[in-house]
Design a protein around this ligand. Structure first.
Ligand SMILES: Cc1cc2nc3c(=O)[nH]c(=O)nc-3n(C[C@H](O)[C@H](O)[C@H](O)COP(=O)(O)OP(=O)(O)OC[C@H]3O[C@@H](n4cnc5c(N)ncnc54)[C@H](O)[C@@H]3O)c2cc1C
Length: 414
């Protein structure tokens, strides 16, 4: 096969968006995955395009919250005891990055990407004919305790500085937006300009179909066969070897499987998460995603049903699922919303690829000409996929990037 311009490894929302952004610029591109597009982490998220993100989820600030997690009573987090020694250095760095001054630094570093999240998504959705999955109804965070609401004050101040619109609501006003929600909370923040999607898998599939329509090649293959062929890159695929001048690693939680053999070691951690779809009881319905902040879960209306997504689980990526958080949070979820029976017999599990500073790595791999990195999008891979794709495409083609890529460079860890 003739040498092409670029290979993108990984057809999650990040890789597929990147392949599409490259193909739109006229490059010959192959998108390689061992599965069909969008079937891993990008399948199971809550569907929120969180351009309003200010602070990332942080290490718990209150001792009683840490204790609840340690005693495995917290609905928002779980862990495997045997995994703690492995994850301890990552957690230590995550805790350091959760200091108030560091959170503000992260918010400022990430703002340009989040500010572009929605327009870039909408541009790709329009081009891919996927607009029918887009909901422009914002999203709601409800706060059961006054303390949890007070914890969000600094974030709300920064949102004003960043020009992100929101409304603070009481339970009665939320009732007019989402009549099925019971007033079991004291406060709510309505992020009015955020959008969400009703089927994340369908959106990634639509991006992939548009990529192919532009002449892109989607091919099955194992990314671990990537080899530096001296001046170009080579990979084995089901359709034979493929050569390219440039390679983008967009393998999400599997990125280290390809990078570690090349000697590239970055502190990529995993926060596992689960979802399960439920029916609503009676005629109850929900218009937009709702996060029950104190308890740490989200209910998002999807084409498949009400998708209940959990908080985080610290466990090895490939360890068997342990969806114990559902038992802890379901009583709260049923208090908040008339949740009916689960639709599937077993919950779905995915692994959020996370760096301790809650920023992705987007840019060239230091010391490896032609190798590009685009992963580690943690809780915001759906949100940031199209903007990441644009940034990589601009850097790779030598165009002026729409924002300064330095805060996302791999070099920050060295
Ligand atoms: C419960 C939950 C809720 C979430 N909610 C949201 C949300 O509301 N909004 C938001 O923005 N984000 C959310 N996220 C985060 C978001 O889903 C992820 O950040 C995002 O999906 C990561 O995308 P990705 O393309 O990097 O990885 P993936 O989607 O995992 O894609 C990686 C691809 O690499 C492929 N691959 C792996 N190894 C190989 C190999 N050896 N050879 C070939 N291919 C390989 C896989 O098959 C996969 O297709 C949530 C995550 C979870 C778990």
């Amino acid at each position: 096969m003739a040498r092409i311009d670029a290979i993108v490894l990984g057809a999650g929302v990040v890789g597929t968006s990147t392949a599409l952004q490259l193909a739109r610029r006229g490059l010959s591109v192959a998108l390689v995955d061992r599965r069909a597009p969008g079937e891993e982490t990008s399948y199971g998220n809550a569907g929120i395009i969180e351009g309003n993100t200010v602070f990332p989820p942080a290490f718990p600030a209150h001792f009683d919250s840490v204790l609840r997690v340690a005693l495995k009573r917290a609905p928002e987090a779980n862990y495997h005891l045997t995994y703690l020694p492995r994850v301890a250095p990552w957690l230590w760095k995550f805790r350091a990055a959760s200091r108030p001054d560091r959170l503000i630094e992260t918010a400022r570093a990430m703002r340009p990407l989040y500010a572009h999240a929605q327009p870039e998504h909408e541009a790709l959705m329009a081009e891919a004919g996927a607009e029918r999955y887009l909901r422009r109804d914002g999203w709601l965070k409800v706060y059961r305790s006054h303390r949890a609401f007070l914890d969000t004050c600094r974030e709300l101040e920064l949102a004003i500085e960043f020009d992100i619109p929101y409304k603070i609501l009481d339970a009665a006003s939320v009732g007019t937006l989402e009549p099925a929600l019971a007033p079991v909370f004291e406060h709510a923040v309505f992020w009015t300009s955020a959008t969400s999607i009703t089927n994340p898998l369908a959106v990634t599939r639509a991006f992939a179909a548009r990529f192919v329509a532009l002449g892109g090649l989607f091919v099955a293959g194992d990314a671990r066969s990537l080899a530096d062929a001296g001046g170009f890159w080579q990979i084995e695929t089901d359709e034979g070897p493929l050569d390219a001048d440039q390679v983008v690693v967009a393998l999400g939680p599997w990125a280290s499987d390809v990078l570690a053999p090349l000697g590239i070691r970055l502190p990529l951690g995993i926060k596992r998460g689960y979802h399960r779809h439920y029916r609503a009881t009676g005629n109850a319905g929900m218009t937009r995603p709702v996060v029950d902040t104190d308890i740490g879960y989200c209910v998002a209306p999807m084409e498949q049903g009400l998708r209940l997504t959990t908080g985080v689980e610290f466990a090895a990526r490939d360890a068997p699922p342990t969806p114990v958080q559902f038992d802890r949070l379901i009583p709260y979820a049923k208090d908040l919303f008339p949740l009916g029976e689960p639709i599937e017999t077993e919950p779905w599990m995915g692994s959020r690829p996370c760096f301790p500073d809650s920023r992705p790595v987007i840019g060239p791999a230091p010391g490896w000409p032609g190798l590009w990195l685009a992963f580690g999008h943690a809780h915001w891979g759906l949100t940031l996929g199209p903007a990441t794709g644009r940034l990589i495409a601009e850097m790779l083609t030598g165009a002026t990037p729409f924002c300064d890529p330095k805060p996302y460079a791999a070099e920050r860890f060295h």
